[in-house]
Design a protein around this ligand. Structure first.
Ligand code: CMC
Length: 431
């Protein structure tokens, strides 16, 4: 028998169907709640609200499981390149070698950025935060994109999801976003802007565009490529988080892919989301410069009257451990070892982790290190400036945002438009 949930209200009883996912997660389908009962639900932060049915990423927070299209992230990190994972997320299956070659070549063909876009980039002050610059430039890409998504009529049901247009928008973004990201890094470092090197793989090319120095032969470093590969894969998707829901909601109004992703970049920037990786390093530096008194900062984090929180700790969904953090911690040790770097903040991070994991407050609230706790230490070891850490997160998340946007459009979801309980003044007149 089909399952249902009963709501009793004002002396009447209403049945609502239960939806079951492929991993047996269950949800009450309240589509008809307001129409039948006049009620809405109240759920600040959407802690209990599922806003879509998705086939992309499975996350089990209690058991620390994260899978893309059924494959565990551990196995993907071990056996596949970031570009394989990009393909997997967007198209649903891992690519054959011919499919991967074509995808790579199509991305290479789009590796040019309009000179006028470069002018816009150059007009930003050097002090501008790269996330703001990238959000603006991603939105600006529409103006230079002959597919001109914004002109697609709302009556054109297929719109940009029409396969060939969607494919072109996808390869263009995957090609141009790393270029403009590398520019933001080069501007911070005062280096001349660089372009793509089409002989390199997708991840090698990201490293090349960021790190190649003028008048010096560029030598590919496998430690850097492997570390980037792992980090980008781990960031590639994470189901309905703040930025991904933003991308879906913006796209649900029939705004274009680039405008939606530009909004997602803004959402990712915040320190409670992707901006936490920058905040973690700033926190570790603060603790180091304050005499490495870890107990003092653990106490501050527990004190409700103190706004200080342990950055890189806690997660809305993971209540056991963040599987990404486990992989990243191991990678951080390896990268620092392979590059011969001794970073004192790594020791501070490890001590904080050890103390917090044995502290009643963190145990009781199920607060564990998240993906951002160790990722910044790796980025720092690779020579990436702190303000660029969230850009690295965005670089990895682009395929996830594209896949989620595409799925939202293909499933013809209605426009995202929550309700509210109004609690302001009742009707009054101007005297
Ligand atoms: N340090 C100290 N206390 C914390 C922390 C922390 N990092 N995180 C949560 N708490 C406490 C919080 O004060 C609350 O206590 P109480 O129940 O007494 O009011 C309780 O734990 C539950 O926290 P919450 O803020 O209600 O939980 P949430 O699901 O709304 O927030 C979070 C999740 C990630 C925003 C939060 O844990 C946090 O602010 N962490 C630090 C920022 C961070 O590392 N963000 C990166 C998240 S992972 C990357 C990504 O995918 O975005």
């Amino acid at each position: 028998m089909d399952k249902s949930a009963k709501i009793e209200y004002n002396g009447k009883s209403y049945d609502f169907p239960i939806i079951t996912g492929s991993e047996n997660e269950e949800a009450i389908d309240i589509n008809k709640l307001r129409a039948e009962t006049g009620l809405i639900t109240y759920d600040p932060g959407y802690k209990n609200t599922g806003h879509c049915i998705s086939n992309i990423t499975y996350l089990d927070g209690e058991n620390g499981i994260l899978r893309y299209r059924g494959y565990s992230v551990d196995e993907l990190c071990e056996k596949k390149s970031f570009l394989d994972v990009v393909y997997l997320l967007i198209f649903g299956d891992l690519p054959s070698s011919d499919q991967l070659t074509k995808f790579q070549n199509d991305i290479r063909e789009e590796a040019l950025v309009d000179e006028d876009l470069k002018k816009i980039f150059k007009s930003f002050p050097r002090s501008a935060h790269p996330m703001g610059v990238l959000s603006s430039l991603t939105s600006a890409l529409i103006a230079f994109n002959p597919l001109n998504e914004t002109k697609i009529s709302i009556h054109d049901k297929k719109g940009i999801t029409e396969d060939d247009k969607m494919y072109m928008s996808t390869v263009r973004l995957l090609s141009k976003f790393p270029i403009i990201s590398s520019w933001t890094l080069r501007k911070i470092k005062g280096l001349p802007l660089n372009y793509s090197n089409n002989k390199l793989s997708y991840t090698e090319n990201i490293a090349y565009m960021m790190f190649a120095l003028p008048n010096r032969e560029y030598i590919q470093n496998d430690v850097i490529t492997n570390a980037l590969n792992t980090l980008l894969i781990l960031h590639a998707d994470h189901e309905q988080n703040c930025s991904t829901s933003t991308v879906r909601i913006v796209g649900s109004s029939y705004a274009g892919l680039y405008a939606s992703i530009s909004a997602g970049i803004g959402a990712l920037w915040g320190r409670l989301h992707g901006g936490a990786n920058q905040a973690v390093i700033e926190m570790l530096e603060l603790i180091k410069n304050d005499g490495s008194d870890i107990d003092k900062y653990i106490s501050k984090a527990k004190d409700k009257s103190d706004p200080f929180r342990l950055m890189g700790f806690g997660h809305r969904v993971y209540k056991n451990f963040d599987p990404r953090a486990k992989i990243i911690k191991k990678a951080a040790d390896q990268v620092l070892n392979d590059l011969g770097i001794n970073d004192p903040v790594l020791d501070i991070a490890k001590s904080i982790e050890e103390k917090a994991l044995n502290d009643e407050y963190f145990i009781e609230k199920k607060l564990y290190p998240n993906v951002d706790f160790y990722s910044g230490i790796i980025y720092r070891a690779l020579g990436i400036p702190t303000e660029m850490f969230t850009v690295m997160f965005a670089l990895g998340r682009i395929p996830g945002w594209i896949a989620q946007w595409k799925e939202m459009r293909d499933s013809n979801n209605p426009i995202g438009r929550p309700r509210q309980i109004y609690n302001g003044p009742t009707h009054r007149t101007i005297s």
